[in-house]
Ligand binder design. Structure first.
Ligand code: KIV
Ligand code: ZN
Length: 518
C-alpha cells in the first residue's frame, strides 16, 4: 500500500475504546463498546482502535464483536511488538471488512533501559520482526515508537526507515507523556519526514497526550508544520492521566479554520454531541461545562452584550453553529403512553441494537417503569436505561431492590436498603453524615468490600428539574480503580445504584494487561 493519495485529506483515528479505556475507571463492557463503535461509525471516523486484543479475553471479544458490527470504518487493534500479541490482534480482527494492526515499542533511552531493559539494537530488531510478522495478517500496519518525543532523533530515523522498509504503512508519532510543545513537535515530525529516506511510503500520524494541556495544539502543529495526515484522538479527550487529543476539538479546529489548515476531514460533525454524551454516560466521566464544543456552556451566552450581539448577528460571538456539532433543543422523545414499537424505533434511531427480543422486552419494561415516575423521557434517559440493562445482563452480583431513606433538618439521615446478592435478597440499615453516606454505610455493613471511595459526582442527564440524576462513584481496591454509574430521578437511589455498580465491577475481577505497562 502506498502513502495517502490525497494530501488534502486528514485521517481521523479514534482511540476512545483503547487509549480512552486506559483512563482509571473507564472500563466498558463489550456491548457498551459496540454501541460506541457504532456511534463512531455514524460519526464517520476513518479508523476505530477498538482495543488491545491481548489485554484480556474481554478485550479480545469486544474487538471481534466490533469487527463484525462495523462496516464503514477500518477496525484496528493495538499489539505490542511480539508475535503472540500480533496473532491475537489478527484473530480478533478477522471479521472486519477493513483491518489494521497497530504495533509499538518504546524507543526513548529511558523506556528502553528502565522499562524494556533492552539495548537499542534489540529494539530495532524487534520492531522489524513485528512488522514482518504483522504483514502475514494484513497490509494495513501502523507502527508507533513509544515515547517518541523523548527519543533520540538519529535512532528514530533508523527505526522508522527500517519499519517502513518492512511494510509499515502508517508511522504514528506518540507524545506518550504529553511532554512536547507545539512548534518543536511539528518541527520534529517535519525533520523526520525529511530525513527518513522512504518516508513518503507511509502516512504520518500524531498521537498526543494532554499532560500540559497541549494535546490538541501539538496535534495541529504535527499536521500544519510536520505534514502529518492522521490524528489520533478520543471523544471528550478521554485517555490516560490528563487524556488524549480531543476529537471534537481537532475536528472543529480543522473545519472552522479550513482557511488556515486547508485540509478535509470526513467527519459528520452533527454526530459529535451525541457521541460525547454517549461516552460520558457509559464511562461516568462527566464533561466539564466549559469544555470546548461539547461542554454545556460551549454555546451559552450569559452576558447581556453578547446576547444582544448574537441576536443582531450570530457571527459576532459565535464561530461555530451549535446545530452543526449536534446540539439540539432537548425534545421529548417518548412518554408513558408510548408503545413497544415506538420505543424500539427510537432505540434504532439511537443506534442501539439489542440482540434479542428478550433484551428489547427487558429494556421496554425498564422504560415503562421510568415513564411511570417521569413524564418526559429524553434520548439520554433511554441511553442510561439501556446501559444499566447491559450491566444486569453481564451477570451482576449486587442489584438494588428497594430503598427507603429519611432526611430532616437537624436529624441524622437514615437509610434502609434491600439489595440482592447473587439473587438472594438482604436488607440493611444505617444512619450517616448525609443521605448518601447512610446508604453506602448500610450497603457496606453487609458487603464489607474494603473499597475506598475516591470520587463522587452527580450530573443532570437532561435539562430541567425533572431530569434524572446520574451519579458516578469511583472505587479503589487493591490497586484496581472502577467507576460505578447509576441513574434515577431520585439522586439517593442513583447513588445506591452507582455504588452497587462499582462493587459489581470490583467483584468481576477482570484482569487486564496494560499494553504500556511492560
Ligand atoms: O501514548 C502512547 O504512546 C500510546 C502508544 C501505544 C501509541 O498510546
Ligand atoms: Zn497514548
Amino acid at each position: 500500500m502506498s502513502a495517502l493519495p490525497d494530501q488534502n485529506r486528514l485521517i481521523i483515528f479514534d482511540t476512545t475504546l483503547r487509549d480512552g479505556e486506559q483512563s482509571p475507571g473507564a472500563s466498558m463492557t463489550r456491548d457498551e463498546k459496540v454501541r460506541i463503535a457504532r456511534q463512531l461509525e455514524r460519526l464517520r471516523v476513518d479508523v476505530i482502535e477498538a482495543g488491545f486484543a491481548a489485554a484480556s479475553p474481554g478485550d479480545f471479544e469486544a474487538i471481534r464483536a466490533i469487527s463484525g458490527a462495523v462496516r464503514e470504518s477500518t477496525i484496528c487493534s493495538l499489539s505490542r511488538a511480539n508475535d503472540r500479541d500480533i496473532a491475537r490482534a489478527a484473530e480478533a480482527l478477522a471479521p472486519a471488512a477493513r483491518k489494521r494492526i497497530h504495533t509499538f515499542i518504546a524507543t526513548s533511552p529511558l523506556h528502553m533501559q528502565m522499562k524494556l531493559r533492552m539495548e537499542p539494537e534489540q529494539v530495532l530488531e524487534q520492531a522489524k520482526l513485528a512488522i514482518r510478522y504483522a504483514r502475514h495478517h494484513t497490509d494495513d500496519i501502523e507502527f508507533s515508537p513509544e515515547d517518541g518525543s523523548r527519543s533520540d532523533e538519529e535512532f528514530l530515523c533508523r527505526v522508522l526507515e527500517a519499519v517502513i522498509a518492512e511494510g509499515a504503512t502508517t508511522i504514528n508519532f506518540p507524545d506518550t507523556v504529553g511532554y512536547a510543545v507545539p512548534e518543536q513537535f511539528g518541527e520534529r515530525i517535519r525533520r523526520l519526514r525529511e530525513r527518513v529516506p522512504n518516508s513518503d511510503k507511509a502516512i504520518w500520524s500524531v498521537h498526543c497526550h494532554n499532560d500540559l494541556g497541549l494535546a490538541v495544539a501539538n496535534s495541529l502543529a504535527g499536521v500544519a508544520i510536520g505534514g502529518a495526515r492522521q490524528i489520533e484522538c478520543t471523544i471528550n479527550g478521554l485517555g490516560e492521566r490528563a487524556g488524549n487529543t480531543s476529537l471534537e476539538e481537532v475536528v472543529m479546529a480543522l473545519r472552522t479554520r479550513h482557511d488556515y489548515f486547508n485540509l478535509a476531514v470526513g467527519i459528520d460533525t452533527t454526530q459529535i454531541v451525541p457521541a460525547s454524551k454517549m461516552v460520558s454516560q457509559i464511562t461516568g466521566f462527566a464533561v466539564q461545562p466549559n469544555k470546548a464544543v461539547v461542554g454545556a456552556n460551549a454555546f451559552a451566552h450569559a452576558s447581556g452584550i453578547h446576547q444582544d450581539g448574537i441576536l443582531k448577528a450570530r457571527e459576532t460571538y459565535e464561530i461555530m453553529r451549535a446545530e452543526d456539532v449536534g446540539w439540539t433543543t432537548n425534545k421529548i422523545v417518548l412518554g408513558k403512553l408510548s408503545g413497544r414499537n415506538a420505543f424500539k424505533a427510537r432505540l434504532q434511531e439511537l443506534g442501539i441494537e439489542l440482540e434479542s427480543e428478550q433484551e428489547v422486552n427487558a429494556a421496554f419494561a425498564r422504560f415503562k417503569e421510568l415513564a411511570d415516575r417521569k413524564a418526559e423521557i429524553f434520548d439520554e434517559d433511554i441511553m442510561a436505561l439501556v446501559s444499566s440493562a447491559d450491566h444486569e445482563q453481564a451477570g451482576e452480583t449486587y442489584r438494588l431492590v428497594s430503598l427507603a431513606q429519611r432526611s430532616e433538618t437537624g436529624a441524622l439521615p437514615h437509610a434502609k436498603i434491600v439489595f440482592a446478592v447473587d439473587g438472594k435478597e438482604v436488607s440493611a440499615e444505617s444512619s450517616g453524615d448525609g443521605p448518601v453516606d447512610a446508604v453506602i454505610t448500610a450497603i457496606e455493613s453487609v458487603v464489607k468490600s474494603g473499597a475506598e471511595q475516591v470520587l463522587f459526582s452527580i450530573n443532570a442527564i437532561s435539562n430541567g428539574p425533572q431530569s434524572q440524576g446520574e451519579v458516578t462513584i469511583r472505587l479503589s481496591h487493591s490497586g484496581r480503580i472502577v467507576n460505578g454509574v447509576g441513574a434515577d430521578p431520585d439522586i439517593i437511589v442513583a447513588s445506591a445504584k452507582a455504588y452497587l455498580a462499582g462493587l459489581n465491577k470490583l467483584h468481576s475481577k477482570v484482569e487486564r494487561v496494560n499494553p504500556q505497562g511492560v
